[in-house]
Design a protein around this ligand. Sequence first.
Ligand SMILES: NC(=O)c1ccc[n+]([C@@H]2O[C@H](COP(=O)([O-])OP(=O)(O)OC[C@H]3O[C@@H](n4cnc5c(N)ncnc54)[C@H](O)[C@@H]3O)[C@@H](O)[C@H]2O)c1
Length: 424
Amino acid sequence: MKVAVFGAGYVGLVTGACLAELGHDVVVRDVVEDKIDSLRAGRVPIHEEGLDELLQRNRARLAFTTDVGEAVAGADVVYIAVGTPPTYSGDADLSAVWTVVDELPQVSGRIVVAMKSTVPVGTGRAVRHRLDDRGLANVGYVSNPEFTAEGTAVRDFLEPDRIVIGAFELVDGDVIAKLHEGIAAPIVRCDVPSAEMVKLAANAALVTRISFINEIANVCEATGADVTTVAEGIGLDRRIGPSFLRAGIGYGGSCFPKDSLALKQLAANSGYNFQLLNAVIEVNELQKRRVIGKLERRLGPLRGKRIALLGLAFKPGTDDMREAPSLVLAGRLLSEGAEVAAWDPIADATAHLHGVAVAGSALEALDGADGVVIVTEWPEIRELDWAEASKRMRGNVVVDGRNLLDPAALRSLGFVYEGIGRPV
Ligand SMILES: NC(=O)c1ccc[n+]([C@@H]2O[C@H](COP(=O)([O-])OP(=O)(O)OC[C@H]3O[C@@H](n4cnc5c(N)ncnc54)[C@H](O)[C@@H]3O)[C@@H](O)[C@H]2O)c1
């Protein structure tokens, strides 16, 4: 088939590359000329495992453009994969989605617009009305939400747990199902609002598990239990399962914070107070700040203290800094009067962290530090020469915000080690 993908971001590029891998002809359209120029020159503007190779391998079936007409000409399917960031009210900002809907030219024959962007329930109906108002009744609409995770997005796309297809007209859903031929996964066929809700509810379920295990960790700290053992013990229960039971300093990223907030606001706008989700969000906010208390207990007032932050991207395997816990931590440390040095193996933090010394290596960030916080569980941080690190630091406090390191090994090197929900 011929596919146009609007949005050359984390989702749009992976979608375009993977659909080309399945044998389709794909044109990716973005409004940012630099991005399109880079892609045309074979440079991938984001860090995503396996994406470069996939784009290279399928070059003959992939084109990049800023031109709407060029993207849509002859297309069977138009994917919308533009950003839907939060507004001040917490609702999703759909302005980029509406721009795409309004930019769609008249087409002969039937084409399908498929929504990959994460949108509030009800968006599909509103888009349907807008398409009809514009005289585009021959443009079908399908909600085909995306569940890929940054860092493993290519694999997640090609080997998904499920494909969700919500359509107003069965034939349009059939087109999207056919597009995914070659991928072995259960397909959930449903109405558009249910497909929209599957995406929001899935992310709400995941953040609920994260805040749950973080609260268990906090109670472990107060009672002397070890959350890593507790998580293993409960994760082996088949009714519960092991994933998303890793205690830490809270979730961040381009999806979880905004999607949980958007669902909370969607419920509130519909007259429902989603109490559980409110608590999940609040727990996450507080969790990021607990690190400051841990540092203060060890170092006293943080004014004038030098703190190193290791790992800045919101999770390993990506360069994405959107809503990263490192941003909150850096801000809190600076407002306490600490000097902050920071390092990440991939993410370019200079544009995001003002007033922070961004180091060229982990050891450089640790030079003269009184304490270090592990913010993102990059393997490079686990494999760091911690004996050398102890020589470079002025102090010896390690707050392991991801329970990445072996406490006994660190303590044997003379560090005062504190994890999350682990005995001190
Ligand atoms: N990032 C993820 O892992 C992920 C996973 C699942 C779902 N989602 C959802 O997918 C959507 C996209 O997320 P993302 O992380 O790829 O965002 P992104 O910010 O990386 O990419 C969005 C792209 O859309 C482009 N754009 C804006 N207006 C446009 C227009 N009119 N035409 C064409 N392109 C336009 C932007 O320039 C940008 O390159 C969001 O709704 C997000 O919630 C993201």
